[in-house]
Every structure is written in structure tokens, then in C-alpha cells.
Ligand binder design. Structure first.
Ligand SMILES: Nc1ncnc2c1ncn2[C@@H]1O[C@H](COP(=O)(O)OP(=O)(O)OP(=O)(O)O)[C@@H](O)[C@H]1O
Ligand SMILES: [Mg+2]
Length: 250
């Protein structure tokens, strides 16, 4: 018998306004894995991520999170499960009117019974882990794009998730900042033992952070394999995507 996967979708379909965006996705992510979801703009990557974390309800099929089929749950019942997942959204999605401290402490203050001192210590520790110390009193507008992404990661890690989902973690960053984020993804897997799903069209980033890459095209999985296998793939859609991605960097 196989172990319970961290995440699994079975024949996941998502349609909106009569348009099908995900056409029967079968995806499995095991504990300890870093899985990349690669694909062109509009291929359905973010939609798949939203289904995985219960932000949207699938039209059909199953979404299993740590052994629970969340597709069957109501919005209210999905909430505790969502708290077990760390989500790092595109553009970091920090609250602009809150300080860095308040952003990172946000979930802890609402969903954990901790003293102020305990919260302060967790916030300090997670910020230090992402390489940001002493910035608690700054506002997001005072941070660089790379720092905002790292605060977003610190906020996700504050809740001690087993699984972290990233949507375009390196988009909009220069190569140095992108590399820093990639290092953090690798470290959270190796040092903290966390499972991660990284949605991105940054091929370089996916190649260096993931164990396995799943390629989405128009809402379907068209290829799947290790970074080396994907690089060597003769699948026409994979090749077209890789060539386009490398041309973009020239
Ligand atoms: N709520 C919605 N209503 C209507 N269309 C939607 C909705 N959500 C997603 N779509 C459509 O579904 C398709 C896939 O969108 P999605 O955001 O998942 O793509 P993506 O792969 O993340 O793209 P990008 O790389 O640009 O972020 C797009 O054509 C988008 O317009
Ligand atoms: Mg997207």
C-alpha cells in the first residue's frame, strides 16, 4: 500500500462561466517533494493552486490535502485545512496598511493561542530565517520586491505548515533576488523537511528548486518528469516552452 500523499488531485475539473480551465488533472505530491508546475500564461497554473488550497471549489473531481478530500467540504470546513498550508502568493500579497510585524503575526494572532511574547519570538525567528532582521516596524511600501516576497514566506512559515504553495515566487525579481528565493525554497525542503509546490513560468528557477516538474498546457498535464527529463524531453509542447523561455532571457 502506498503512503498518503501530501496532496493529490483526481480528475480535477474547474470550469467558470461555461469555460473549462482545468480538464481532469491527476497530480500527486508526496511528502518531502518539491514539485514544479510549469506552463505558459493562462495554462491554468494559478487556478490549480487555488484548487489545491481550497480557495476555489472544483467543478468535478477530487482534491486530497493530507488525506482529506477537500472538494467535498464547505467553505467553512475548508478553513482549518487551509491553515495547514502555507501559501505564498504572487506579488507577496502583504497588507499595505500593516507593518511587517503585523503581517507576519496576522495568522498567529487570529488562529493560535499564544502570548504576545511568544508571537514576537516566532515573528523574529521566521524573519531571521528568510534573512530579514530588524525590519518589523517597516511597511511593505518601504521594502524591495525581493524583501516583500521573503516577508510573504516568513508569514507562511509562521503557521508551521507541512506544505507550502508558491505562485510565481520569482516573478518581477532580478536574478540575484530570484536566486535568493530559490535558495529559500530549497532550504525549506532540506532543512525544515517541508513539501512544496512551485507554480512558475521561470524555467531556470524550476530547474534548480524542484525534484519533479509537471507541465500544464491549456488546462491539461502534457508532460511530467525530473528537471533533467523535462530538459531532455522531445515533447513538442515542452520543447516549444523551453525554447521560448530561453529566448526571453537573451
Ligand atoms: N475566476 C475566473 N473567471 C474567469 N476566467 C478565469 C477565472 N480564473 C481564471 N480564469 C481564466 O482561466 C485561465 C487560466 O488562468 P490562470 O490564472 O490559472 O493561468 P496561469 O497559468 O496562472 O497564468 P499566468 O502565468 O498568467 O499567471 C485564463 O484564461 C484565465 O483568464
Ligand atoms: Mg498565474
Amino acid at each position: 500500500m502506498s503512503k498518503t500523499p501530501a496532496l493529490e488531485t483526481r480528475q480535477l475539473v474547474y470550469a467558470v462561466d461555461g469555460r473549462t480551465i482545468l480538464h481532469g488533472i491527476d497530480l500527486r505530491v508526496d511528502y518531502g517533494e518539491v514539485v514544479g508546475i510549469m506552463g505558459a500564461s493562462g495554462s491554468g497554473k494559478t487556478t490549480l493552486l487555488k484548487c489545491l488550497c481550497g480557495l476555489v471549489k472544483p467543478t468535478a473531481g477530487e482534491v486530497w490535502v493530507e488525506g482529506v478530500n477537500i472538494a467535498l467540504l464547505s467553505e467553512r470546513e475548508r478553513m482549518p485545512l487551509r491553515l495547514r498550508l502555507g501559501i505564498v502568493f504572487q506579488y507577496a500579497a502583504l497588507f499595505d496598511y500593516l507593518t511587517v510585524f503585523q503581517n507576519v503575526a496576522f495568522g498567529l494572532e487570529r488562529h493560535r493561542r499564544l502570548s504576545k511574547a511568544q508571537i514576537r519570538e516566532i515573528v523574529r525567528e521566521r524573519l531571521a530565517w528568510v534573512g530579514l532582521e530588524g525590519i518589523e516596524d517597516l511597511y511593505p511600501s518601504q521594502l524591495s520586491g525581493g524583501m516583500r516576497k521573503r516577508v510573504g514566506l516568513a508569514r507562511a512559515l509562521a503557521m508551521d505548515p507541512h506544505i507550502v504553495l508558491f505562485d510565481e515566487p520569482t516573478s518581477g525579481l532580478d536574478p540575484v533576488n530570484a536566486y535568493q528565493i530559490d535558495r529559500l525554497i530549497t532550504r525549506l525542503n532540506r532543512e525544515l523537511g517541508l513539501t512544496a509546490v512551485v507554480v512558475s513560468h521561470d524555467v531556470v528557477s524550476l530547474m534548480r528548486t524542484t525534484h519533479r516538474i509537471v507541465m500544464l498546457d491549456a488546462g491539461r498535464i502534457v508532460a511530467e518528469g525530473t528537471p533533467d527529463a523535462i530538459r531532455a524531453s522531445d515533447h513538442p509542447q515542452v520543447q516549444a516552452f523551453l525554447q521560448m523561455a530561453s529566448a526571453e532571457r537573451l
